[in-house]
Design a protein around this ligand. Structure first.
Ligand code: AHR
Length: 503
């Protein structure tokens, strides 16, 4: 029987604008968890570390990703964290039981050191305050410590700790996943909404220039979703700038076709949260439009079993160390494209996390830093995905999977960087056996030329990278060609593609 020819088409036009992309859409996350901080960004005795103990090999990889913002210090950890434990002379800092992950927190790294690291890594800090065990007072004091220039108790304390200039952190999260019963200090939506509102008011009095993120649901499967969002916003709508979304994905049943379709669910999640925000906007007769911060997303399931076996109360054990497969990289590409297509409302997002903990970057203690499979789609979209998101009109054959119907084999997002005169087309072929015969109409970019066709492909969906061998890495030998405003290409089975045009 002749091999089936699967044909797909994308039409792109410079007038089909979705919205401007905030560079913070490509953020990430470092929590005091596992080996993210200790043994990740920080390893005092590593040969490649700075005098302060920051691994320069890790910093180089973070710079390769061009991460614009990093959320800190948690995560679940922040809900029982006393920020004061992490400032001042390191020798005087207490070792504390860290309740979220049941480890010992030595507090060698705290707010000031993380600000130093962020400068070295050329990134901004997205701070989170503890609304679990603490509240308004601790939050406004931390903000005064970080952002007030001088002449007050907390700002002068920062200066006495050697930081004369304020950190000027702009983006602040009002707690973390407060809807989750696992959270220390878990709250009902009304309890959280009231506390978030009053904390926001106090924080804005300290520094009116900050932007605030209220907690949405921990994931779309929470029984309180989306009532949590509605109630939280009933309280906070006029005082906050963003509402958060969190979601992790996994392929526990080994059903790749179904796994790669999970971004359809993510798309629905974003649409439901957007609709909920707009419902509250209408109810309040507000002129303000709420933006979204998808500040935790990734694949997380490979390490679940191993984490059950970790003994409590050690320092920086290897927790949540997922080793990612090629198919995980494909899903990560699709997640990033979903975010780009919602760039009008989703202004910030964080791949959770950045180093060692469900991360694109891994380290060996005393050894090398290396790239997981998911590093590559993240790097491509972060680097080439700056500008305006354009709506691709997609015509593609479809399939049904266990949980989804009408899944297009072709997934795509398009970014036009008008300043640099660059057009980037991101593409995923979800078909696991066949190539897609694709044409792309780019007639409205007639003065542009084809620059590069990057492909991430592998015959083994379960291929992984290790410190010694990079089995999954992209090449630039894609077969795209451009003639009279039409790009022709074959997207190989199960592949991630980046087609770049420019003048
Ligand atoms: O990123 C790991 C954890 O996932 C975070 O601490 C928490 O916010 C989420 O549940």
């Amino acid at each position: 029987m002749a091999e089936q020819q699967l044909k797909a088409k994308v039409t792109i036009d410079r007038e089909f604008k979705i919205g401007d992309i905030d560079k913070r859409l490509y953020g990430s996350f470092i929590e005091h968890l596992g080996r993210a901080v200790y043994g990740g960004i920080y390893e005092l005795n590593h040969p490649d570390s700075t005098e302060q103990g920051f691994r320069t090999d890790v910093i180089e990889l973070v710079k390769e990703l061009q991460v614009p913002i990093v959320r800190y210090p948690g995560g679940n950890m922040v809900s029982a964290y006393n920020w004061e434990d992490g400032v001042g002379p390191v020798s005087e800092r207490p070792k504390k039981l860290e309740l979220a992950w049941r480890v010992v927190e030595p507090n060698y790294i705290g707010t000031n050191e993380f600000a130093d690291w962020a400068k070295l890594a050329n990134t901004e800090v997205m701070m989170a305050v503890n609304l679990g065990t603490r509240g308004i007072d601790a939050a406004r004091n931390l903000l005064e410590y970080c952002n007030h220039p001088s002449g007050s108790y907390w700002s002068d304390l920062r200066r006495s700790h050697g930081y004369k200039e304020p950190h000027k952190f702009k983006t602040w999260c009002l707690g973390n996943e407060m809807d989750g019963p696992w959270q220390v200090g878990h709250k009902t939506a009304d309890e959280y909404g009231r506390l978030a509102l009053e904390t926001a008011k106090a924080m804005r009095l300290v520094d009116p220039t900050i932007e605030l993120v209220a907690c949405g649901s921990s994931n779309a499967n929470m029984p309180t979703f989306p009532e949590w969002e509605a109630t939280t916003l009933e309280h906070t709508y006029e005082e906050v700038d963003y509402l958060s979304l969190h979601q992790y994905y996994g392929n526990r049943s080994g059903d790749t076709a179904n796994y790669l379709a999970k971004t359809l669910e993510m798309d629905d999640f974003i649409k439901t949260v957007t609709a909920t925000c707009d419902y509250i906007k209408a109810k309040k007769r507000s002129k303000k439009t709420m933006h979204l911060s998808f500040d935790e997303w990734n694949v997380w399931f490979h390490s679940n079993q191993a984490d059950q076996e970790i003994e409590p109360w050690s320092i920086a054990p290897p927790q949540l160390e997922d080793v990612y497969t090629f198919e995980d990289a494909l899903l990560v590409g699709s997640i990033l494209m979903t975010l780009v297509r919602h760039a009008d409302r989703v202004k910030m997002a964080c791949m959770a996390q950045l180093v060692n903990v469900i991360a694109p970057i891994m380290t060996e203690t005393g050894g090398s830093a290396w790239k997981q499979t998911i590093f590559y789609p993240y790097m491509h979209v972060s680097i080439f995905g700056r500008g305006t998101s354009l709506k691709p009109v997609i015509s593609s054959p479809k399939y049904d999977s266990k949980d989804f119907t009408d899944v297009p084999y072709l997934d795509s997002a398009v970014v036009w960087n008008e300043e640099k005169d660059e057009l980037t087309i991101f593409l995923l072929n979800r078909h696991l056996q066949d190539a897609l015969d694709l044409t792309i109409d780019v007639r409205s970019f007639e003065e542009y030329k084809l620059k590069e066709h990057i492909v991430l492909e592998n015959d083994d969906l379960k291929a992984v990278n290790t410190v010694r061998q990079e089995a999954v890495k992209p090449h630039s030998n894609g077969d795209a060609s451009l003639d009279k405003g039409t790009i022709c290409t074959h997207l190989s089975k199960a592949s991630w593609n980046v087609i770049r045009l420019g003048k």
